[in-house]
Design a protein around this ligand. Structure first.
Ligand code: 5GP
Ligand code: ZN
Length: 112
């Protein structure tokens, strides 16, 4: 997927602030943060949307990565929001599966 920005980040062809990385998943800082903490949990493999991924282990790893981040940042009790936007009406803009991880201010308003 040569034209995909997240594939390029995974391949280190484009720079990003990488927070952590395992074999299959990377966590980067969102370039346009909507909260004091706004990270993106991204599988390295290319799936355009959530609906294209049937790898249960990988889908589980995305959520476990969110748990790990929450623990590392001490956000378990204070709270955080995880969001996966899928397709047009949800406002998905990058068509490479990713989960937003947001925290650090009251997230009472609009989802996402
Ligand atoms: P979506 O709207 O698809 O759910 O979220 C895409 C997110 O990716 C947006 O929050 C946007 O700011 C972020 N984003 C888009 N391009 C880049 C980039 O090149 N680097 C990083 N770090 N984030 C990006
Ligand atoms: Zn991609």
């Amino acid at each position: 997927m040569s034209e995909c920005i997240f594939c390029k980040i995974a391949e280190k062809k484009i720079k990003a602030e990488i927070v952590s990385e395992t074999g299959k998943v990377m966590v980067i800082k969102d370039i346009n943060p909507q909260a004091p903490t706004h990270l993106l949990i991204i599988p390295k493999a290319h799936y355009p949307t959530l609906m294209d991924c049937e790898d249960r282990e990988l889908l589980g790893e995305l959520l476990q990565t969110a748990q790990n981040i929450a623990r590392e940042l001490g956000l378990e009790d204070r709270g955080f929001r995880t969001v996966i936007n899928t397709n047009e009406e949800a406002g998905q803009t990058v068509f490479h599966l990713h989960m937003h991880f947001m925290a650090g201010r009251p997230l009472t308003g609009r989802m996402g």
